[in-house]
Design a protein around this ligand. Sequence first.
Ligand code: PMP
Length: 358
Amino acid sequence: MTGLPVRPELVGEVPYGAPQLDVPYLLNVNENPYPPSDAVAAEIATAVAAAVKTMNRYPERDAVALRADLAAYLGHGLTADQVWAANGSNEVMLHVLMAFGGPGRSVLSFAPTYSMYPEYARDTHTAWVTFPRRDDFTIDPVAAVDAIHDRQPDVIFVASPNNPTGTAVPSETLRAIATAATGVVVVDEAYHEFARTGTPSALGLLPEFPRLAITRTMSKAFAFAGGRVGYLAASREFVDALRVVRLPYHLSAITQTVARVALAHADELLAAVDRLRANRDDLAAWLADSGLQVADSDANFVLFGRFADRQAVWQALLDEGVLIRVVGPEGWLRVSAGTDEEMAAFKAALDQVLKTEE
Ligand code: PMP
């Protein structure tokens, strides 16, 4: 960016994103490895063909039918006007900061956490404030409440399960945070479906806290990352604030159509979640047996370490065709739970690395 009058805080910045490489084993961005069945793919293709016939018109601006389907999918008595949708939950959270953040305002989160949060903050001129998690990546509720009282953030983001650590946040901690907050609180449940059974969703807290919002995505458990649909549940007033800041027609006719067909097949698209959960647990156990440190995970990935040179380990795995992610605190790496074949390839490649390190 030589000589262009870009905003000073963007000088030297590079676009966010993990490397997209053409290798056999993609375990770096927490996707669901199972593509839609031929039957679902055919139904989507038919719906797209019909939608294309109206392509001269703008799409339904408020995506009401899609939001109604998402509300029905979430349950909890939610209706379309309490649900928001956008191009991925990344865009949903950008809308949240456009509406509730901004110059002179701040957003607080618990580090280490999802590395896009500071980017939405930067892009909306919202101050980014972090409070540290404990060594096991859990949040100390008493210290969190003190920090909230102290910093008075306008927005709080809590990822549960957290990325990149996989840590789920207990309801009591979320309740303490929401009670202490004077601004809005967003619980990012991008990985909720992978949580161990019995882990409640924060959706159950919505009636108690009018300033609470829960975000979800179709990108992970739902096996629909390419569809780019994320969504949020909150009060109607909260959603109305997001409607003010969105661009008109932000969800294309194709996106809305495709997402609705996918939601009609939710059971099928979510069918692999149990298997991925089991593979996640097996992976965590295997890593621990291999003598590594492993963060307790309720998501479809595992953070493990610690390595003196994590970049070298990442590269050695890549040399074997296994792509994982360099993310999290120094010394740690993150690997997504995948198919049995992907897990076997990862284990074989890492075994090799660990042997050469000995
Ligand atoms: N939240 C968390 C914690 C994530 O890890 C991700 C994706 N990596 C997202 C939100 C955004 O996902 P999407 O925009 O695909 O919905």
